[in-house]
Design a protein around this ligand. Sequence first.
Ligand code: UD1
Length: 425
Amino acid sequence: MDRFLIEGGAPLQGEALVSGAKNAALPILCASLLSSQPLVVRNLPPLRDVRTMTKLLTGMGVTVQTLSSEGSAQEILKLEAGGVDKLEAPYELVKTMRASILVLGPMLARFGQALVSLPGGCAIGQRPVDQHIRGLQAMGASVEVQKGYLVARASRLKGAHIATDMVTVTGTENLMMAACLADGCTVIDNAAREPEVVDLAQCLIAMGAKISGAGTDRIVVEGVRELRGADHCVMPDRIEAGTFLCAVMATGGEILLKGVCEAHMAATLDKLRQSGLQVRATDDGLWAKADKRPLPVDIRTAPYPGFATDMQAQFMAVNTIAQGTSTVAETIFENRFMHVQELQRLGAQIRIDGHTAIIQGVKKLTGAAVMATDLRASAGLVIAGLVAEGETEIDRIYHLDRGYDRMEDKLIALGGRVRRVKSAA
Ligand code: UD1
């Protein structure tokens, strides 16, 4: 198990290239199941979750060919689902990555059946998949739970009017993919408006799907008989970009982030500007500079275009060293404050009141041993470690590797003093 050793105190300076978005890549890889023709996906981040998804698809009989050179930071895969022969997502893979549920809609739509393990518990909350199931049932599928598996069947899905009870990103994506091959028109109301949903819709449209309204809260899909192959380039990762911007806000310094799409980042940029970050778009990304201690900024997470829950831990790390008191309210997941105890170990002054953390900014954090608990919590700890005086040791970095491509290399290139070491077994 790897860990990070971080020597805090160095300001970040220089350039970093932002990877393709994990949360767009995962559903797009699943879209390959909707056609027997090849789907080429470009700008894939070389992450553990992407490898897990290709393993899942390969296990079903999808042929996956790597077109990029080995070790490339922007992988290109060609996926061909002409020979799918095992309509199953097993527990061993699903339990390591909840996004595996994204194979359910495409499998059911194209093959009329699917066996997908229920994801089970998850560190950041219950995260049920009832909305995915209800939507598919509205489209005429029968879905039962047997021995921990969802057993879904439908001769052919039928278009339906679906309104989800809450905004769900993967729920919207699953239903949108299923609707592509359904008989008739499907309307998804209360749809997630995340840019990753739009990126998936663009890939599906390139495959011949008839989708309108992606990026709004009403998506309309006119079902077609079959989809064709396509060639799609995954959007940049707005969460990775936001993480680096929070890091520079916390440490001070000046960075150029290449390959970022500013339009996707309005809520994060707005809060970072309130915090004191100077930031502007350049021809190929974003330039950012911080030269004073952050101002305290209140945050409330919300579905897009609100402030992303996936940026909450990183922003909280910035607030821990702000010149005053701030609040961070988490409205999406019920148990997403596990980084708080770890930040406290570094000297942060944080109190939790229900779903709100109240942060009294301190002048400095002090290095200590901490434990990563989930993907974005780990990113928050890295930011805190970059600021803390002395050495911070972050254990269980495998959480970070799920969603950040070689974060330490990018930080080292920016002058961060980060070292990856293998933990004793
Ligand atoms: C996606 C993202 C994740 C992000 C989250 C919220 C991917 C692969 N992951 O996760 O990084 O943190 O969106 O922006 O894109 N819910 C239900 N029933 C359902 C579905 C969701 O109750 O059937 C609840 C969840 O428990 C949660 C809320 O709805 O409280 C939003 O969850 P959702 O948007 O579905 O998260 P994911 O798609 O799993």
